[in-house]
Ligand binder design. Structure first.
Ligand SMILES: [Zn+2]
Length: 199
């Protein structure tokens, strides 16, 4: 469990600092297909894998390998969807979960993609300030001025405030914070999930 904030979030290892468990010699061969990257001079056995008929050391960093972490944050929001033909056209609310996935080819000096505490605090601070227990309404929703006049907390959206749009809003927020986010999913109910990622 790594929930305690421990300073800066993204500090990729410098080229001179190989990932834990990888020797300096090994780390200089970033690809098994680069010159000198094969370990055919090493004895067969533990620490070796066979790929495409070639033999190389399993602790080598291989092209295409990736670390991934996910952080989940629960929050509440209300909304209604303009032009929806079903129940969603009425004001209603959700107890939602945001699942934020981050990826990196390398780890920081603590051996992390990102500290769970850091990303959690960053996203939660924004959700608490802007979204949590607020009514999400499209900027041209005629209810907006009424709720604002009644001093009810609202959050204006450019698009219909669907779970898809909310996933994109959170993705862009996390991205602006400098975190290596690859996907944000919003679990609006137990059985309904929408997500946003860059293709
Ligand atoms: Zn809804």
């Amino acid at each position: 469990m790594k929930s305690t904030p421990r300073g800066r979030k993204l500090r990729p290892l410098p080229p001179s600092s190989p990932p834990r468990g990888v020797s300096q010699k090994e780390s200089t061969n970033s690809s098994p297909f680069s010159k000198g990257g094969f370990c055919n001079d090493l004895p067969q056995g533990e620490g070796h894998v066979q790929r495409a008929g070639r033999d190389f050391h399993s602790t080598e960093r291989n092209a295409g390998s990736m670390y991934s972490v996910t952080k989940e944050i629960s929050f509440c929001y209300g909304h209604r969807l303009l032009n929806h033909r079903g129940k969603c056209r009425h004001l209603h609310g959700h107890n939602a979960r945001a699942v934020i996935r981050l990826e990196s080819e390398s780890l920081d000096e603590l051996g992390m993609v990102v500290d769970f505490g850091d990303i959690g605090n960053y996203v939660k601070a924004w959700l608490d300030a802007e979204i949590d227990h607020k009514m999400l309404l499209r900027r041209d929703d005629p209810l907006l001025p009424l709720l604002e006049a009644a001093d009810e907390p609202v959050y204006r959206t450019e698009e219909n405030p669907t779970a898809e749009h909310l996933a994109r809003l959170i993705f862009e927020r996390v991205e602006r914070g400098g975190y290596p986010v690859v996907e944000v999913a919003i679990h609006e109910t137990e059985s309904a999930c929408a997500s946003y990622r860059r293709s």
